[in-house]
Design a protein around this ligand. Structure first.
Ligand code: SF4
Ligand code: SF4
Length: 425
């Protein structure tokens, strides 16, 4: 006797609970969609079964479109006897525009392609940042790929490759942005498009770009190379706006919500004026977020480049650490200096990294000193694991042991910039 569940046999009491309450429900949307796409009914049935058994019933495989080494996640079910339409329910990753800015025409085009060649489910956006088109069988996957490319879309990354970049909306809408997050995201994507489509690294490599330390792209936790906007002069203070803020909210409010909450206690309020000891400001953004008319980011802007954030694998979850404390990021020459640094990291990690070893795990294994030697970057006291408590490098230990009476020398790292300019500016 067949185990296959007929549509009328598929009941979803647990999923139905998720339709209760005032919020929109993906269950209601999928039920509506199942009127047009019968496979979606079986998808709901399998999901209900997962909730009952607390087991994930998806298995994965690799499917490559011509010329691509990634971008499609082959999905199939281990309860296919009950839900035969789940024999192939692939996910196609599609490269999204910088900061997820779309025209309505582009969104309609994606919806049409999705309805034609998949289960009609689009996800904006997956954890990787890509647009996800869900539920195509193998033949539909190839048809969808062809139509996407004909219309100017491209596939996203998967596997041991550079992954699709993600960035915050940056200067397109946000006055806090210290650099052009959208332009740099496009530049890195275009420069390394081959590395995105053809996996050849030890493991995945993610960039995420945030225009300031508010880090709306969650780059610190979720990327191997976060690029975060900052400045190196002083915070701009408009004392007239400070006075207006005090008139509206009172001095106590400024003391309680701004001055007392500065993490380095580098702000004072005197005679209705804010004074900042900029040498001790760590550019955390707190005061600017609260008094965004009176205080604004400095004028000498650039980025801090970090390395090593990721979810669990060999050494558990890690946050990124500072690699380059400050780099200007205004011109194409600045962008090229960044991509040159990236190539040096990929060369060294690519040669010495183990299979499935993220770059942060690689640094943890070989040590930051060796890593900096390998990529040709001078060590800097600001390359710290946990600021102000646990420096990665002890300079005395990092330099080789000296013989009695021998003069102390700098660590033997080379700056491999071809023109001899410093990489850290
Ligand atoms: S990270 Fe900063 S610049 Fe980017 S959107 Fe958030 S607040 Fe604005
Ligand atoms: S940005 Fe942060 S550290 Fe700097 S003055 Fe404002 S609150 Fe203090």
């Amino acid at each position: 006797m067949s185990d296959t569940k007929e549509p009328e046999e598929i009941q979803t009491p647990l999923l139905d609970e998720l339709e209760k309450g005032p919020w929109p429900s993906f269950v209601t949307d999928l039920k509506d969609l199942s009127e047009k796409k019968p496979a979606v009914k079986q998808l709901l049935g399998q999901l209900e079964e997962s909730y009952e058994t607390r087991t994930d019933h998806w298995l994965g495989t690799v499917i490559n479109l011509d010329g691509y080494g990634g971008g499609v996640i082959g999905r199939y079910s281990d309860v296919v006897d009950k839900f035969p339409a789940m024999a192939r329910f692939n996910t196609i990753r599609i490269l999204e525009p910088s900061a997820w800015v779309y025209s309505t025409a582009a969104l309609r085009e994606l919806c049409d392609i999705s309805e034609k060649h998949s289960a009609g489910i689009l996800q904006f956006h997956g954890m990787t940042g890509d647009i996800l088109m869900l539920g195509s069988d193998n033949e539909q996957t190839f048809e969808a790929g062809e139509e996407l490319m004909e219309k100017g879309w491209d596939l996203g990354g998967s596997g041991a490759a550079m992954r699709t970049l993600a960035c915050c909306v940056g200067p397109a809408r946000c006055e806090m942005s210290c650099f052009d997050t959208l332009g740099l995201t496009k530049y890195i994507t275009d420069t390394f498009i081959s590395e995105l489509h053809r996996p050849e690294f030890p493991y995945k490599y993610k960039f995420k770009l945030s225009g300031c330390a508010n880090d709306c792209a969650c780059s610190m936790q979720r990327s191997d190379m976060p690029i975060i906007g900052t400045w190196r002069d002083g915070i701009q203070v408009d004392q007239e706006e400070v006075a207006r803020f005090i008139d509206e909210r009172g001095e106590r409010s400024v003391m309680n919500t701004v001055i007392a909450r500065c993490p380095t206690q580098c702000m004072t309020l005197k005679d209705r004026k804010i004074i900042i000891d900029d040498d001790n400001c760590v550019h955390c953004m707190h005061c600017i977020n609260v008094m965004h008319r009176a205080l604004s980011i400095g004028r000498d802007r650039g980025v801090t480049i970090l390395i090593g954030g990721k979810r669990s694998l060999k050494i558990g979850d890690t946050m990124s650490s500072v690699l380059v404390p400050f780099m200007k990021m205004e011109s194409e020459e600045d962008w090229e200096r960044l991509t040159d640094l990236v190539r040096r990291i990929w060369d060294f990690w690519g040669e010495h990294g183990m299979e499935h070893e993220r770059v942060g795990e690689f640094i943890d294994r070989v040590g930051l000193g060796t890593f900096l030697d390998g990529i040709g970057l001078e060590p800097d006291p600001q390359m710290v694991n946990q600021p102000r408590s646990n420096p990665y490098i002890k300079f005395e230990e990092y330099t080789r042991p000296r013989m009695a009476g021998e003069e102390k020398k700098a660590p033997s790292v080379l700056n491999k910039e071809p023109d001899g300019e410093e990489t850290i500016s």
